[in-house]
Design a protein. Structure first.
Ligand code: F0G
Length: 434
């Protein structure tokens, strides 16, 4: 059986050729996923091959996505793959963050080390490869900023035309600047992420533009390699927990799919648990998991300073729900103050990240307090975006000017004010000796 698209809904499971340009099941409207038979080679042999490829200078082997291509075999040929050497992100121990969150130890998998500064690059190299295979010339996405930066870079590198839709005034300048610099046609629309996604889906169909939001199942395949690389870096010892922020829930879907496949195929002997953390002002998935009887209810006016996860109607929630259940996972929500403080603590570790990423540490802190996560647990938290994505937020926090969307002042509990001094050695010396 070659690679296929299958409907994710268990009641349907319809199958379609891998080259069909569809984002939902044409029969039932369900989400789609890429399915293949397990790799022909045994896990031990593949683990050796993947390790050996790390020393190669070949572009495909230098990619932290395509190095693991046996796990994502949807292409017949790799000749047109465009890689910016995505992935290859470090595992960083963070003792200060661990003690802040009530853990003995904590490791960050920092996806902000990617070429465009976020985990989106892992998925985008795959989405763009599929666009090329399908003969598409234009690609589009709506984005809270990182997807657009990543799509703009990979599409331009591949000679495609990127068209980016963003909620006007609601993404950080760092991310908007990237879309402009990488040459995307950039449309700032007066609506929120969820509303624009519906718009972009209509326009993509009408104009024959390839849609590269995370509803695109090939993006999900690429994001699986974040987990594969992390396990490779840990010599295939699975952690107890993998913690990540939840917005549109594509990454939760990707991580869960990777873990299930690796477990079923014998790469790992047990499943880590997923902990998905949402911002309290944009937490429909948290609400669903807490009160399943109410069913999924979108948040009509999501709001958080962590603009990357300011999403009220995440498309991938059915997949994410299955992955949380399969991994015996949990979902937590955190306040603006908790995110801001956690972010500053991650900064003090010399690591740093963007606000959405810091929801992980804030969430872990709550989970250890409630007893859901043991202090001795082996935990990997995924930092999804680079510190420099949103410097405005950082400056405001440290100078005591950051306000939550409802106007509440955020206390700079870990604030670090810059000091203005005259050009005078004595005065500066006195200041430093105080
Ligand atoms: N962290 C960062 C830095 C993000 O940019 C996003 C999503 C998430 C977490 C949440 O990931 O959607 O897979 O649950 N950003 C998207 C974008 C929506 O448009 O860049 P998710």
């Amino acid at each position: 059986m070659p690679a296929e698209l299958t409907c994710f809904d268990d009641r349907c499971r319809a199958r379609f050729p891998i080259t069909e340009v569809i984002y939902n099941c044409p029969r039932c409207g369900g989400l789609l996923e890429v399915a293949y038979p397990p790799p022909a080679a045994a896990p031990a042999a593949l683990k050796r091959t993947w390790r050996e490829r790390r020393v190669s200078n070949a572009p495909l082997e230098q990619s932290g996505v395509w190095r693991y291509r046996e796990i994502i075999p949807f292409l017949e040929s790799f000749a047109r793959v465009v890689t910016l050497r995505e992935g290859n992100t470090p595992l960083l121990p963070a003792p200060q963050a661990a003690s802040y969150a009530g853990l003995d130890a904590l490791t960050f998998k920092h996806q902000g080390f990617n070429p465009t500064g976020s985990f989106k690059d892992n998925g985008m190299t795959c989405g763009v490869a599929q666009a090329l295979r399908l003969g598409m010339s234009r690609v589009a996405c709506v984005s809270t900023g990182n997807t657009s930066a990543s799509m703009a870079a990979y599409a331009s590198a591949a000679g495609l035309d990127p068209i980016v839709f963003i909620p006007h005034g609601n993404i950080s300048y760092g991310k908007l600047a990237q879309a402009l610099e990488y040459g995307a046609t950039t449309l700032q629309v007066e609506a929120n992420f969820d509303q624009i996604l519906a718009l972009v889906r209509t326009l993509s169909e009408r104009l024959g533009i390839y849609l590269l939001n995370s509803i695109n199942p090939f993006r999900i395949e690429g994001q699986k390699t974040i987990i594969v690389e992390m396990l490779d870096q840990r010599d295939w010892n699975p952690p107890d927990w993998i913690v990540l922020p939840g917005g549109n829930l594509g990454n939760t879907s990707a991580f869960g799919k990777a873990l299930r496949e690796l477990h079923t195929q014998g790469f790992i002997s047990r499943m880590p648990r997923l902990a998905v953390i949402q911002a309290a002002g944009a937490a429909p998935f948290y609400d669903l998991v807490r009160t399943p009887a109410r069913g999924f209810r979108a948040v009509e006016h999501p709001d958080t300073l962590a603009t990357a996860i300011k999403i009220g109607d995440p498309v991938s929630w059915p997949k994410a729900l299955r992955e949380v259940a399969c991994s015996d996972g949990v979902v937590e929500k955190v306040s603006e103050q908790e995110i801001a403080d956690a972010k500053a603590v991650i900064g003090r570790c010399g690591i740093g990240c963007e606000p959405a990423s810091a929801a992980t540490l804030a969430g872990i802190r709550k989970l250890t307090v409630s007893g859901a996560m043991a202090s001795h647990a082996d935990v990997v938290a995924v930092l999804t975006g680079n510190l420099l994505k949103d410097p405005d937020y950082i400056y405001r926090y440290h100078t005591g000017k950051l306000e939550a969307p409802d106007g509440t002042a955020i206390q700079p509990r870990f604030g670090n004010q810059p000091t203005v001094l005259p050009n005078d050695a004595d005065r500066i010396a006195a200041f430093l000796q105080r």
